[in-house]
Design a binder for this molecule. Structure first.
Ligand code: AMP
Length: 278
């Protein structure tokens, strides 16, 4: 396995590259995406995992400051799981002239009022870094997690719109035994907060149960809010939306189109998100 800091050190692209973009502090969720990338790459392809804590997608400097950085352990985990290349660039490799001009945002990054409403500027940073990583690595495919559903949809929409020629592959959310979606931020929870955190998954399950019992999206949203509220989660949003556009209005055919329950909230000031098919 090669560990490089500069794009020019990547071996010439004799075969297809499959990129897995990460911010490091890797857990089993990330590693499942690397396995997915290995499958997508086939015999000939090369799996490149980028580890880059992108400053432009953090709207809170304190969050950026305390984001866990564990490159040595990440490299070891990636070696074990069979990645071919770790690309861990310094900020000036990604943004040689300072942050680039802004990449225009697709509607799914601005209209749903989900992450876009609670983390202003976040998707501008995500689109910027993804466009730049695609430019540097030139992958044929890139793997993203369903865990960050709105992000996945934003990246898919951007790639389609700009004809980037990168096939976006989605990997399912990997969870702890009690249902909590794995996240690098889980390590910031107190032990008491950690005990309450499975409420996010429980709320998604409750929304599905409500649907099975005949409820519509509004009632399902109420059910999620109740479960989250009882666990003392400070809710940012708990919504049932069209799975593709992430909006829902009177014209949404929620019985006929794929829908997604999606939520975010804070426990002990640690921001957690999750989603599931509805
Ligand atoms: P991050 O390092 O948090 O930026 O995440 C890098 C990639 O891993 C993103 O595509 C995430 O959606 C994905 N990811 C994060 N957590 C999980 C998880 N629990 N299961 C599957 N994928 C995940």
């Amino acid at each position: 396995m090669q560990v490089v800091q500069r794009a020019e050190q990547l071996a010439p692209a004799a075969s297809q590259r499959v990129l897995v973009p990460t911010m490091g502090a890797l857990h089993a969720g990330h590693l499942s995406l690397v396995r997915k990338a290995t499958e997508a790459a086939g015999e000939e392809g090369v799996v490149v995992v980028s580890v880059f804590v992108n400053p432009t997608q953090f709207n809170d400097p304190a969050d950026l400051e305390r984001y866990p950085r564990t490159l040595e352990a990440d490299v070891e985990a990636l070696r074990e799981v069979g990645a071919d290349v770790v690309f861990a660039p310094p900020v000036e490799e990604v943004y040689p002239d300072g942050p680039l001009t802004e990449v225009p945002l697709p509607p799914v990054a601005t209209e749903p009022k989900l992450e876009d409403a609670h983390r202003p500027g976040h998707f501008a940073g995500v689109c910027q870094v993804v466009a730049r990583l695609f430019e540097l690595v030139r992958p044929a495919k890139a793997v993203f997690g369903e865990k960050d559903w709105q992000q996945l949809r934003v990246v898919e929409a951007m790639s389609e719109r700009d004809g980037l020629g990168v096939e976006i592959v989605a990997g399912p959310t990997v969870r702890e035994r009690d249902g909590l979606a794995m996240s690098s931020r889980n390590t910031h929870l107190s032990s008491e907060g950690r005990r309450r955190a499975p409420a996010l998954f429980a709320a998604l399950r409750e929304a599905s149960l409500a649907k099975l019992a005949g409820a519509g999206p509004d009632e399902a949203e109420g059910a999620m809010r109740r479960v989250l509220g009882e666990a003392g989660v400070e809710i940012d949003y708990a919504a049932v939306r069209d799975a593709r556009t992430l909006v829902r209005d009177a014209s949404t055919d929620w019985r006929g189109s794929p829908m997604r329950s999606i939520l975010a909230g804070r426990i002990d000031g640690v921001r957690l998100l999750d989603n599931a098919p509805w």
